[in-house]
Design a protein around this ligand. Sequence first.
Ligand SMILES: [Zn+2]
Length: 404
Amino acid sequence: MLLILTLSLSLVIGTCHSTTYEGHKVYKLYPTTPAHNEFLTSLKSTEFDFWSPINNVGKPVTVMASPQVQKKFEKKLKKHKISYELEIDNLQSTIDQEKKYHEDKLGIAFDHYLRHSEINNYLDQLAQNYPNIVSVGTIGTSYENRTMKTITISAKPGPKPVIFIEAGMHAREWIAPALSLYIINQLVENPSYGFLQDVDWVILPVMNPDGYEYTWTTDRMWRKTRSPGSSCNGTDGNRNFGFHWMEKGASGSECSETYAGSEAFSEIETQNLRNVLNKTGNITAFISLHSYGQYLFYPYSYDYVRADNWKELAFLAHKVNDVIKSVNGTEYTIGNSAEVLYPAAGCSDDWAMGGAGVRLVYVFELPGGGKYGFDLPPEKILGVCEETWEGIKVIADYVVQNCK
Ligand SMILES: [Zn+2]
């Protein structure tokens, strides 16, 4: 009796604050006509969660649906003759697998994801072990008071161009912080790279720590910050930067996944990033890591407007893509976000260029799991890190040769 009581109590405690995805299905849709795309666009702001953009006709679209709306959803698809297949039958079980994997393994290895505190501990450990080349700083705290740490890697004293990497703006995109740690690990613990003498690196592994922790404790699919709203919480950090804020591809509605905030830089996290970009002199390249979709964007994202040096950005992006492709065959679609995907005003990449004057600015939308999307399985982390790092090295070499 006592055992039963304890068990049911722990079940209640374990579930009362946690969003469950029990029975949630993830569908892959295959729209083949403009009418299909138009219909899907009309569904976007309803109860179905679109994980990928409705792009060109012929490109698959990934959508999550709760058990309550699955029948209705399938009926609509059939009525509009949109073919589909089931990618994930029960999202909760893939999430459970991911968490179990983490509990089994700890330490810095690229076969599992790390909590925010573990990431910060790793940075501190590096600063302690490699005091001559590593220093750890804080750019401020998050809304819920978590420390936002950056690591600076500088192999030689003296002014040099800086490559700044920001990851984890969108909480559920776990591969982004993981890749930033891999880059740090390579630079510090495997430092055989020629460019280390000529470039400094500043890396912010978790831009949205509150959201990131929330994806561990409560809702694996959370995207935004965790600042409270009146009807819904959180702002999309990547719509909150003060460069052409709210012009296109951003929402004024609190409950939207792309809510731009009550004003530009309403979020403490985006203020912190703005301030550090303003303060750090000599930033030549700014790289923002996201997932998923295998896109490599250069500014501007806010509209169909190209950066003055877009030819240079495109040239280098193609070199990056060629090298990444040579590792495992992964290919990126390259271009300005508005032209390739959709306009999105208020992103950090636009601000890095338009606000902070950085010359080389890129957004990586890293590969998804093929089957899992944002939920890239742990055993795929290393492959994505290894191939992408090859591409980022191309940017570093370019900075050394062309941007001194
Ligand atoms: Zn993102």
